[in-house]
Design a protein around this ligand. Structure first.
Ligand code: WT7
Length: 570
């Protein structure tokens, strides 16, 4: 059974590693009472870590706050009471559509403590994307701010009938709440501090991330309380997290990295973590490291490339010598960035590999192992990974194929919300979990990424489904057909490029390109709009009328077009 917590991987991996030793870290091992929110915060509030800082929060406007584990326990107990009073029950899906303010982090823990399902929604998403995700999950509540409500909820408020309550954080004075909506701050004043968590089964769902594939709309990837084992041990071992560290994961919890490693992983370890709500700039980021004396830093290739572009003079203005361990994930990390980091930060950057579905790192250059620059590393102890062909044959070293993982570890997804067929598709080849990526393994067991095998686009490390962008493009009155691809880019990894054929009567002007691009930004997402548009008289299609993105991509890159047997001649 997938996710059977009684599986011990000891013999399979030969590492001497046993999940049982990890389980003993948690209170439920002795009490039998399971809740990931309790284990992340309350357990420490009851221990010597009580007065240790759980969260150092730095706002976008220069304000800052900090909360100890004890303070955060009280805060999340109170908010859980607010939610309970508003009718939230075990298993309910709650969307959290917030910027990186403390309420986002409190929501995650409070929702978990109620046994409900925390569904974070990246702040860049706009109305159509918000609507589709909420409706798929049939969520009963959204937690947001007035500004984001205006952008993402108000335009579709009548199209999300399952949502009974909108909770608003940081409302300005004289703000008119709509009937049924709640003010976070007002409710918190009177909320009780007495709270007993909802005790759950290890296999009860608790986190749901919407993510994109090649076809169809975004899908809800479901994780269970048992995922805490993976969050805990990979944060500890991949990143060498220790009790005196100050940890900073730069990812937004709208993406899985920001949840597994920006909420649960570090707190399950009792670590002090930094959250910076402001925008990226080399100055701002170095200033954060300097101000909080960050020691362990988890970031992404696009950010590192931008820091490299920012140059060395900026680095010299700050004290970065607190840093002792750097990791990166999301897309391939260029060897020259690692060499640059080695020179200016004096530290190697450890690349690792995983995805929304796996819930935690599966392949990594983890602490203590010899680093191979340009490689993603080796399977984490307890993870069985291989490179296989399309028939399920395990390929020898040096031969590229599908990165595949044997199902059955604690933080692996347990379902796709409401869509068992999509879930089963992942296991289509001999029961292996198929990642959608290709790589080869070398003779030492290190994995080397070679590319994605599907049409999913990685832009700035963010995962974008071409189908959603194409659907948004088709909403524009001028667009007859659209095909969307990722075009390699030195800074962003890829940029989104759209090929469009126009309806009769429209001129393919630069002005129209801008207008179409803006319309996607407004309706779908601020991060998933096409930066490049090319008008074409017609698009390559199969005889059944499906646009062949593969052919568009090959044409764009000047590569051989491959098998065109299914192409419609016209
Ligand atoms: C996809 C998953 C990884 C958590 C955050 C993103 C790509 C991830 C690497 C790497 C090359 C990588 C893969 C993967 N990816 N790490 N080290 N080298 N590509 O999670 O949004 O689900 O994206 O990110 O294509 O499948 P995600």
């Amino acid at each position: 059974m997938i996710g059977d917590c009684n599986v011990c991987y000891d013999e399979a991996c030969g590492s001497g590693f046993c999940f049982d030793d990890v389980r003993k870290e948690f209170d439920w091992y002795t009490t039998g009472k399971v809740n990931i929110g309790y284990e992340a915060i309350d357990r420490h509030a009851k221990s010597w870590r009580k007065n240790k800082v759980a969260l150092y929060w730095e706002g976008a406007d220069g304000s800052d706050r900090k909360y100890t584990f004890q303070e955060f326990k009280i805060r999340t107990d109170k908010f859980a009471n607010v939610l309970r009073k508003a009718g939230v029950k075990k298993g309910d899906r709650i969307f959290v559509y917030l910027p990186r303010i403390p309420e986002l982090y409190a929501s995650a823990i409070s929702i978990a403590k109620l046994g409900a399902i925390f569904a974070p929604l990246f702040g860049g998403f706009r109305a159509e994307a918000v609507r589709d995700r909420i409706n798929d999950a049939e969520a009963c509540m959204v937690i947001t701010t007035p500004e984001m409500k205006r952008l993402g909820i108000d335009p579709i408020r009548k199209d999300i009938p399952s949502v009974k309550t909108v909770v608003l954080c940081n409302i300005p004075r004289n703000y008119d709440l709509e009937p049924g909506d709640l003010s976070y701050d007002a409710e918190m004043i009177y909320a009780s501090e007495e709270f007993e968590p909802e005790w759950c089964d290890l296999e009860d769902p608790v986190i749901m991330h919407y993510t994109s594939g090649t076809t169809g709309k975004s899908k809800g990837v479901v994780h269970v309380h048992n995922a805490m084992i993976g969050h805990y041990i990979t944060t500890k071992w991949v990143q060498d997290l220790r009790d005196d560290d100050v940890y900073w994961c730069t990812a937004d919890p709208g993406w899985v990295t920001g949840t597994s490693y920006g909420i649960f992983g570090p707190w399950l370890n009792g670590a002090s973590q930094v959250v910076y709500a402001g925008r990226f700039s080399p100055e701002a980021w170095y200033w954060i490291i300097d101000k909080y004396k960050v020691t362990v830093w988890y970031t992404a290739p696009t950010a590192l490339r931008m820091l490299m572009k920012g140059g060395e003079d900026v680095v010299k203005k700050y004290h970065l010598d607190s840093l002792r361990y750097i990791t990166s994930v999301g897309e391939p990390l260029n060897p020259e960035v690692i060499r640059w980091g080695m020179r200016v930060y004096g530290l190697p950057i450890h690349e690792n590999y995983w995805m929304t579905e796996t819930g935690c790192n599966v392949i990594a250059n983890f602490y203590g192992m010899p680093l191979k620059i340009g490689s993603m590393g080796k399977p984490f102890p307890g993870i069985e990974a291989a490179v296989i062909d399309d028939k399920g044959k395990v390929l020898p070293p040096g031969v590229p194929g599908n990165i595949a993982i044997k199902p059955g570890w604690p933080s692996m997804m347990r379902s796709i919300w409401n869509n068992p067929a999509k879930y089963n598709e992942y296991f289509r080849i001999s029961g292996w979990y198929i990642t959608g990526d290709s790589a080869f393994m070398d003779a030492d067991g290190y994995f080397w990424f070679t590319g994605r095998i599907d049409d999913v686009i990685k832009t700035s490390g963010e995962r974008v489904g071409p189908f959603e962008v194409e659907s948004a493009l088709l909403e524009h009155p001028a667009v007859a057909e659209a095909g969307v691809i990722g075009k390699p880019d030195p800074l962003y990894g890829n940029v989104i490029k759209a090929f469009i054929s126009l309806k009769p009567g429209y001129d393919g002007t630069e002005e129209l390109k801008r207008e179409i691009s803006e319309s996607v930004k407004k309706s779908l997402a601020a991060h998933a709009f096409p930066r490049e548009i090319e008008f074409k008289a017609s698009l390559p299609k199969t005889r059944s009328g499906k646009i062949m993105r593969r052919v568009l991509k090959a044409m764009e890159l000047g590569q051989p077009l491959g098998d065109l047997a299914t192409l419609d001649d016209e």
